[in-house]
Design a protein around this ligand. Structure first.
Ligand code: NAI
Length: 462
């Protein structure tokens, strides 16, 4: 029986980052992982592989739509799907091996197998039991399906199957206009599939700023993605090589059907806590099946902690990473802190969509007085040169104090641009602070400064 200061269950972004920080802070650390490679959903079947396919399909889109305009003539590339998947696998391999290297470098033991917690202080992996002063559950999440919908990962797939289809389908129905549905829908639409998104609500990307939702949907429609809104999917009939999606329109209760070669079910994810033994351990759960934790990520059982998708809050890799680092600090006797008000969200479509903090809707709900500074990428020289004039930066600031409360960006590199605003918010900056900061020309970041200027005396280039 090996003995550790910390055993972490799960090697996704929450678990592996937590392990590295624990080791750096002098704690003897092990990670339990049952997959053949480290990195969890994110590196193996989530964030990283989907970004590889988004990048490759975006390159194709550029070649088809913009190369000739720039004087780059010749035949557009065609899709070699096998090679695209091989490229994706190579990217996964580089990343997962990178984590293995970091584990060795930081002297972190990888306990191979699926872990369970028979009692506080002990973790069972296969036939072995290990001792640990603290246990951290970082077991992540899994796709949640709908009643009446059976996933076979061939014709009716989750995001996992969608990353590994045998060929590019002619037609695809995506159930759910959330992050996964729109990212994977974009990939296949660019590769030539006819993509229809069926969404229960009347707006895409639930929880996002309303103006962004509308503009984003318009942009996606222009790219050829079709939407059926206000439609509740009732069931999917899977045939051998096709499927029928049965849905009801909420406005009049009428029933409809859509045929597709592939149906992607992207209706959310749920915590993955199977087999951990949480019931018998007496760990308290929320009604939504998440592990309940206190301000220091400790569960109702002393010495057992939980982070990431398995607990409350947004299911985002970077939120899990932050919690992982914070809980490592707590265990090392330091202060661990996560500012849940400044967690950015990014959708890696083209253009990208990024947000942080309050939306106009959430500010109205709170009855707070705010002002809006907006700037279109059409007024940004760099964006125009790169055929990236679609979208805008929108900053929400307190009407009285000018303090930045939130920001929303549709546009080129939105997922990177948002961090300038995150840092500003962490420092309690006003829109004027951002507006008075010199921004290099010509950069996309100038659009952020212009939006900050728009909160005051006005932008220059509009
Ligand atoms: P989601 O919660 O973002 O969206 C699910 C959508 O499905 C909702 O709009 C919902 O109204 C709709 N829906 C539910 N039941 C339905 C029905 N019966 N008929 C029609 N529509 C229905 O879930 P998604 O996209 O599966 O993502 C899961 C999690 O993974 C999210 O928390 C997301 O933040 C995370 N994720 C984040 C990424 C990123 O940050 N870029 C990338 C991929 C996933």
């Amino acid at each position: 029986m090996a003995s550790y200061d910390v055993i972490i269950i799960g090697s996704g972004p929450g678990g592996y980052v937590c392990a590295i920080r624990c080791a750096q802070l002098g704690l003897k650390t092990a990670v339990v992982e049952g997959r053949e490679t480290l990195g969890g959903t994110c590196l193996n079947v989530g964030c990283i592989p989907s970004k590889a396919l988004l990048h490759a399909s975006h390159m194709l889109h550029e070649a088809e739509h913009n190369f000739a305009k720039m004087g780059l003539k010749g035949k557009s590339p065609s899709v070699d799907w096998k090679q695209m998947l091989a490229y994706k696998h190579d990217v996964i391999g580089q990343n997962t091996k990178g984590i293995e290297f970091l584990f060795k470098k930081n002297k972190i033991d990888w306990l191979k197998g699926w872990g369970s917690i028979p009692e506080a202080g002990r973790v069972k992996v296969g036939d072995d039991t290990h001792e640990a002063k603290s246990i951290i559950i970082a077991s992540g999440s899994e796709s949640s399906s709908l009643p009446g919908v059976e996933i076979d990962e061939k014709v009716v797939v989750t995001s996992t199957g969608a990353l590994e289809l045998p060929k590019v389908p002619k037609t695809m129905v995506v159930i759910g206009a959330g992050v996964i549905g729109l990212e994977m829908g974009s990939v296949y639409a660019r590769l030539g599939s006819e993509v229809t998104v069926v969404e229960y609500l009347d707006a895409i990307t639930p929880g996002m700023d309303g103006e962004v939702q509308k503009n984003f949907q318009k942009i996606l429609k222009k790219q050829g993605i079709k939407f059926v809104m206000g439609a509740a999917v009732q069931s999917v009939d899977a045939l051998k090589t096709k499927a029928k999606v049965n849905y009801k329109l909420r406005k009049d209760d009428t029933e409809h059907q859509l045929d597709a070669d592939v149906v992607l079910v992207a209706t959310g994810r749920k915590p993955y806590v199977d087999g951990l033994g949480l019931d018998s351990l007496g760990v308290e759960m929320t009604k939504r099946g998440q592990i309940k934790t206190d301000d220091h990520w400790q569960t109702s059982v002393k010495g057992v902690y939980a982070i990431g998708d398995a607990i409350e809050g947004p299911m985002l890799a970077h939120k899990a990473e932050d919690e992982g680092m914070a809980v490592a600090c707590v265990l090392a006797g330091q202060h661990g802190h996560v500012n849940y008000n400044v967690i950015p969200g990014v959708i890696y479509t083209h253009p990208e969509v990024a947000n942080v903090g309050e939306t106009e809707e959430s500010l109205k709900d709170q009855g707070r007085a705010y002002k809006v500074g907006k700037f279109s990428f059409m007024g940004n020289g760099r964006a125009k040169a790169n055929f990236a004039g679609e979208g805008f930066v929108k900053i929400l600031a307190d009407k009285e104090t000018d303090r930045i409360l939130g920001a929303h960006i549709i546009g080129p590199m939105a997922g990177d641009l948002i961090h300038e605003i995150c840092v500003a918010m962490e420092f309690g900056a006003s829109a004027e602070d951002l507006a008075l900061t010199c921004h290099a020309h010509p950069t996309y970041s100038e659009a952020v400064r212009e939006a900050a200027l728009a909160c005051g005396d006005g932008p220059i280039h509009s």
